[in-house]
Design a protein around this ligand. Structure first.
Ligand SMILES: Nc1ncnc2c1ncn2[C@@H]1O[C@H](COP(=O)(O)OP(=O)(O)OP(=O)(O)O)[C@@H](O)[C@H]1O
Length: 254
């Protein structure tokens, strides 16, 4: 579904690459967490999938297509197959919940009758039944993020990219959002989520790809936020982890 082959991204101003020879495959239907310190390359990874940035070297494939070969007039079609959710929701403040979601269908020319039928369905999926007429400022942060997710998936994309979707939310609300993302993934959508939220990663136990200075330093199935397996050059981090953290992680692994 998504394949990175030896991908390097260098931004002109920076000496160090934002991504450094990354090779990685994410299969259809997978749920993958991207973790790593600020500046490790997570957002760059997501931007390359969307062709918002161009790889300096290597190839990025989305649904079997090398994105470098997608001409600019076909980029909107690529992006139609990819839903995106951000930390800061990015709703249209003057439009109500229904209109925010409907807008994503209007811009690709869906008929009014299809919109009237589909929007309530997707709002039900994200747990916002009955809130169609609310304005964004009348919603909690968690509810606003649910609207943003509904908007991202209403056109049934094969891929959902989430960049820190719980970054502005409290732990309980965040778990609710994860429930929604999990449901969308169970329905067949491939989900890639960049996050710093260790509780969520430890709770979900999905694939974890860890980046450091633009390199993949860990790629582990059903994993925790912090590796239990010392990675070459990374064993210090485990030694430094507090006893409580390690106990918790070991308990979760049993
Ligand atoms: N448009 C840009 N121009 C120049 N440098 C950039 C640009 N975007 C990102 N970078 C640099 O590339 C590196 C990786 O950044 P990126 O945003 O991908 O990291 P991140 O892991 O998503 O960080 P965060 O967790 O803070 O969002 C950083 O050193 C950053 O400063």
């Amino acid at each position: 579904m998504i394949r990175f082959e030896n991908v390097t991204k260098v931004y002109e101003q920076n000496a160090r690459p934002a991504l450094d020879a990354v090779s990685l495959e994410i299969n259809r239907g997978e749920f993958t967490f991207l973790v790593g310190a600020s500046g490790s390359g997570k957002s760059t990874f997501l931007r390359l999938i969307l062709k918002e940035d161009k790889a300096s070297a290597g190839s990025v494939y989305v649904a079997g297509q090398n994105v470098a070969n997608i001409s600019s007039w076909r980029v909107p079609k690529l992006r139609r197959g990819i839903g995106v959710v951000f930390q800061d929701f990015r709703l249209l403040p003057q439009k109500n919940v229904f209109a925010n979601v409907a807008f994503a269908m209007q811009v690709i020319g869906k008929s009014r009758s299809i919109i009237r039928e589909t929007v309530p369905e997707v709002l039900k999926t994200v747990g916002l039944e009955g809130k169609e007429r609310r304005m964004p400022h009348e919603l909690s942060g968690g509810e606003q993020q649910r609207v943003a997710i509904a908007r991202a998936v209403v056109n049934r994309p094969g891929i959902l990219l989430a960049d820190e979707p719980t970054g502005n939310l409290d732990p309980i609300t965040s778990m609710g959002i994860m429930g929604v993302l999990d449901k969308i993934n169970q329905n067949g959508t491939t989900v890639v989520m960049a996050t710093h939220d260790d509780d969520i990663v430890n709770e979900m136990r999905r694939r974890v790809v860890e980046l450091k200075n633009g390199k993949v330093i860990r790629d582990e199935a059903k994993a925790l936020y912090t590796s239990m397996i010392p990675v070459v050059g990374e064993s210090r981090r485990l030694r430094d982890a507090s006893g409580e953290e390690l106990n918790r992680a070991q308990g979760a692994q049993l």
